[in-house]
Design a protein around this ligand. Structure first.
Ligand code: FMN
Length: 196
């Protein structure tokens, strides 16, 4: 069992409180236009070997969230005709809680001298930067995937090209309740010295 007592922070920083807010606990208001621009400006400052910008964003907001949910319910049933009503309802509501969802799309260049792994990792950093940025602006956020991130039909709806992949859906909004601390690994147990 992991020790759930968080390590006492040695430095005062918002990073000490970094955590996700489950998407079902996110409500309006979400970021306004200026806040979204700021969030994206922070996100694109991630390390990016070769300056490829191997990522882009698809904004899902307003009624598009419910329309996507309706399609997901139909697609969910197609993928699994024996799916329970509860799971279809979950699909219908997946994108309906947070007022803003940013799909982070990896645009990988195959065969480039910058390995695909590095392009992918840069995209992961973008996702995390969005979480940090949302928290910095006073919002809650959660990085979700689930089957819609890997479904070719959903990829078509989002307008993805052949090489593109969904790295995550970043749900952003105002937390409706505070989220308890989650157990975290003790970093001391993960650190070893290289000692040739
Ligand atoms: C790539 C990726 C995909 C994730 N997808 C899901 C998901 O589909 N459903 C889910 O409950 N959590 C998912 N998570 C976990 C949440 O983003 C989050 O880490 C979790 O709610 C714990 O909160 P924390 O960020 O405070 O540790 C995913 C995390 C990552 C990195």
């Amino acid at each position: 069992m992991m020790d759930i007592t968080p390590l006492p922070p040695r430095f005062d920083s918002p990073l000490n409180a970094r955590r996700s807010t489950p998407s079902r606990l996110l409500a309006a208001p979400g970021p306004d236009a200026d806040q979204l621009r700021q969030l994206l400006a922070w996100a694109v400052r991630v390390p990016d070997h070769g300056k490829l910008a191997p990522w882009r964003f698809v904004r899902i907001q307003g009624a598009a969230r419910q329309r996507l949910g309706e399609r997901l319910a139909i697609r969910g049933r197609e993928r699994d005709p024996s799916a329970s009503e509860a799971s279809i309802e979950k699909d219908r509501l997946r994108f309906s809680h947070a007022p803003l969802v940013l799909a982070v799309i990896a645009r990988l260049q195959a065969g480039h001298k910058i390995p695909e792994q590095e392009q992918l990792l840069s995209g992961g950093a973008v996702c995390f930067a969005l979480l940090l940025g949302a928290q910095e602006l006073g919002f809650g956020a959660q990085w979700l995937t689930g089957w819609p991130a890997y479904d070719p039909e959903v990829a078509n709806w989002l307008g993805l090209a052949g090489q593109e992949r969904v790295l995550g859906f970043i749900h952003i909004g105002t937390p409706t309740e505070s989220v308890p601390e989650r157990e975290r690994p003790d970093p001391d147990t993960l650190l070893s010295d290289f000692d040739p």
